[in-house]
Ligand binder design. Structure first.
Ligand code: FAM
Length: 435
């Protein structure tokens, strides 16, 4: 057994002893009440899940095992000569609960490099789809085709002790994360670069190699990928992609089936697809205004038109956050360092100054501030990745780090199959009448 896996097992045993005590001594303690509005309106604010990897504060934003994004940009190991944290380090932190050393990160890079081979039938499955297929559909098809490699599914079919589930899910997790960049890059090169594929470079880190296989040799783009893969990785457990992965996994569906399900949720425009919607919205605005830099008044008028048409302003608002998303701020800082004069970035910043007061005027939007998706597209366009339909795939590769680390914890903790109670409106009416 590799030393990271051994360490994970020790940590899981410790946590399981704590949870056992918690349940024994406080199992009947209430963590909240549930209102009818919460039941009808997306279960907002109901504490109903345990996710160890990260915790979201409405005002501060996400913390991974207690560390904020600015803290992680300082504390996590970097690539040689680089300034941005390596996603391997974040994965280690989420899985083990401790900051990694340089050696831990190098070890993960090497493990993922060794396990990155993707069997040909996965590419064949993607090739069977028309070129016009959305990249997210190609991505989930690729992940589903890779399910043939699940060690958990194979072992379960042969018969295994439930105490050992975690071990197979851990192996599937490592293999899947190792292979995702290759699948994603294959989709990108197939759809947008005439099938001119690029072989992996085993000398590079996980995100650097991903950038390389996508076809970007600029060191700035590699740094962006490292930051991008870190900030999109996890957002506690209730968001659609994390919750879906966890829910499907609770039926003991393997890591491939569970993650593919989560990716189908990420592909929705109110969730991960918002990153492509933002850049589409900005480019449409620019085109309608005749190109060039819009004025703030022109942006404001375009925002009001979007709202009058009954559409949402993409990249703004959040189900839980109530301040500017620190993932937006991290990207803004990256842009200030690397591309302060980029025209599209400047428009993103003007939109940031314009949208919140307009959304506030509506009186119903709980959070008028930008989320992670409001900034990401402009950075990618700067480095030449203009094919915005692909952006959610990048989000998906990153999201694997958080939701699959969580899936390891789910099985190590022996969490139950998820099955909340649902009722009919008829039941609700009788309930309020006291019947
Ligand atoms: N533009 C226009 N209206 C908005 C809005 C926005 N950006 N954000 C919220 N609203 C509306 C919302 O549609 C709802 O209207 P109705 O009562 O008429 O249905 C009202 O304000 C109250 O909504 P809320 O309680 O503030 O937000 P929710 O928790 O229901 O929804 C979001 C949260 C993220 C789905 C919502 O803010 C939204 O649609 N934003 C735009 C899409 C987006 O950027 N999604 C990405 C979220 C991101 F962080 C991610 O998952 N990657």
């Amino acid at each position: 057994m590799g030393y990271i896996k051994e360490k994970f097992k020790v940590k899981a045993d410790e946590l399981n002893a704590e949870v056992k005590d918690l349940l024994k001594n406080h199992g009947t303690t209430k963590v909240g009440d549930v209102t009818i509005a919460q039941v009808y309106q997306g279960m907002r604010g109901i504490t109903g899940l345990v996710t160890e990897t990260s915790l979201l504060d409405a005002n501060e934003g996400i913390r991974f095992r207690g560390y904020s994004i600015p803290e992680l940009r300082e504390a996590l190991p970097k690539a040689p000569g680089g300034q941005e944290p390596l996603p391997e380090g974040l994965f280690y932190l989420m899985l083990i609960g401790e900051l990694p050393t340089e050696e831990d990160v190098q070890s993960l890079s090497a493990v993922w490099g060794r396990r990155s081979h993707v069997p040909n039938h996965v590419f064949d499955a993607i090739e069977a789809l028309p070129l016009s297929t959305h990249p997210m559909t190609m991505f989930t098809v690729g992940i589903m085709a890779l399910q043939t490699e699940s060690l958990f599914a194979k072992a379960y079919a042969e018969g295994i002790n439930k105490k050992d589930y975690w071990s197979y899910v851990y192996e599937d997790t490592m293999n899947l994360i190792a292979r995702l960049p290759r699948i994603a890059a294959y989709i990108y090169r197939r759809k947008y670069k005439g099938g001119d594929h690029i072989q992996p470079n085993g000398m590079l880190d996980w995100a650097g190699n991903f950038a390389h296989m996508l076809g970007y040799s600029d060191e700035g783009f590699r740094e962006l990928m490292r930051l991008y893969m870190v900030i999109h990785a996890d957002h506690e457990g209730g968001n659609v992609s994390a919750h879906t992965t966890h829910l499907v996994g609770s039926a003991l569906s393997d890591a491939y089936l569970s993650f593919a399900a989560g990716m189908n949720g990420l592909a929705g425009p109110l969730h991960g697809l918002a990153n492509q919607e933002v850049i589409k919205w900005i480019l449409n605005m620019r085109e309608e205004l005749g190109g060039g830099m819009p004025t703030k008044d022109e942006i404001a008028a375009y925002v009001r038109k979007t709202l009058a048409d009954g559409k949402v302003v993409p990249g703004y608002g959040h189900a839980v956050l109530r301040k500017t998303d620190p993932r937006f701020t991290a990207q803004m800082e990256f842009a200030k360092n690397h591309l302060p004069n980029d025209e599209l970035v400047r428009i993103v910043w003007m939109v940031y100054e314009t949208v919140p007061p307009i959304l506030q005027e509506l009186g119903k939007v709980k959070n008028p501030w930008p989320n992670v998706d409001a900034h990401s597209g402009a950075l990618l366009v700067h480095y030449g990745m203009v094919e915005y339909e692909f952006y959610t795939v990048l989000f998906g590769v990153s999201r694997a780090l958080g939701v699959l680390a969580s899936l390891c914890w789910d099985r190590a903790m022996g969490l139950s199959i998820e099955r909340p109670k649902s009722v009919t409106t008829e039941w609700m009416k009788l309930f309020v009448e006291g019947k």
